[in-house]
Design a binder for this molecule. Sequence first.
Ligand code: C2G
Length: 446
Amino acid sequence: MTKVITYGTFDLFHEGHYRLLQRAKELGDYLIVGVTTEAYDKARGKLNIVDSLMTRIENVKKTGFADEILIEEAPGQKFNDIKRLHIDIFTVGSDWRGQFDYLSDYCKVVYLERTKNISSTMLREKNSRIQRIGIIGTGRIAERFIPEAKLVSGVSTQGVYNPHLESAKRFADKWEIDAYADVESFFSAVDIVYVASPHETHYGYIKQAMEHGKHVICEKPMALKKKQAEELFQDAKEHGLILFEGIKTAYCPGFNKLLGIACSGTIGSIRNVEACFTKLENAESRELTDQKYGGSFTELGSYVLLPILKVLGEDFEDIQYDTIRGENGLDVFTKISFRYPNAIATATCGLGVKSEGRLLIAGTKGYIVAEAPWWKTTYFEVHYENPLEVEKYTERFLGDGLRYEISDFLSMINGNSNSEFKLTRSESVIMADMMEQFLEMENRNI
Ligand code: C2G
């Protein structure tokens, strides 16, 4: 008798799960299905699980493919189950390809092809809660988005659009999703859109996506002009759609914990914020060669402006920009100084100058400091006059951190506005305005 085992969360049970179990059963005579506990999913960083363990087990049971169901509670359990239950074949979807090869010392490992399109099926009707994401753009950030989206229950990456079919295909083949070079068929195949194309194309794609009735999550900077940002938010309102700027720091749990402490009076009234983010880029990179839209401020400005606007608000009295340019004239190091009625702040970003990269928030009773990479906050300290009095805080930041913003975007789509405060529309508009002022000052004709 050939014994097969597979594992999964099986949340919002859909066609992909059904087909996986069906083919797993066909691999042998006896199928064991491991269903993950909430605690284990939490530990491995999955977000947004909707169904209870009982419901998920019930849904697996209903397929009739499982001869036995067990509960997966901890890392390392797969190895033990395989030994203990004398398993011949371990199988899982191809979205995990390569990641369970270590089990091949103990049994055969089979990756079954992931179901690309979970919409073309009857199960889709029952699961309208699953949002099919379409990605616009095939660059580095789009690559990082897919594994993160996989860890948010309730979304499924469906396809990618690039006007150059070859690029779309290359990307789609790698991630086992559909490729589109025709924008109309792309929009009709997806429910929500992630815009990860070059900065200057964001406005046009967001506009188009919303005209097609799609909610949009867009990479930062969402817009490079104040009017465009305002218009896009107005369009979203009129169409009843969510438009969401993806500045991942704004949604990361550690950063929100830090803001909570900064704004709770623990360090008194805040008088100074300094935020610095530098990243040395290759001179040939798009960031350092794109004469119109490249440079340190368009690239990293959103991160360093964020804590200042969050902590000190939008009513600054004055802003000064100061910048150092590289040989080709693009800004490689930029400092923005803010003057508020009772506070000052500086945002510093660099692509050609390396600095310490910290976030410092100083108040009348103490200060908070988070070292680089504070934009993926995992640790920060609160200091007071007495240097021995230091409070230390830690928080998890898993993977590339995009899962947090995807999860908040999804809950906003589902009508929960609890995370809207993390990055408000008017904060996004101010950032677009500052990008515009900066590019104007640099005499770039955008
Ligand atoms: N799956 C699929 N096609 C989809 C979605 C999922 O074939 N469109 C497969 C997955 O590859 C997995 C199974 O369905 O084999 C269950 O998927 P999930 O519930 O998302 O569980 P997952 O997080 O993949 O857990 O220990 C758990 C395992 O590592 C897999």
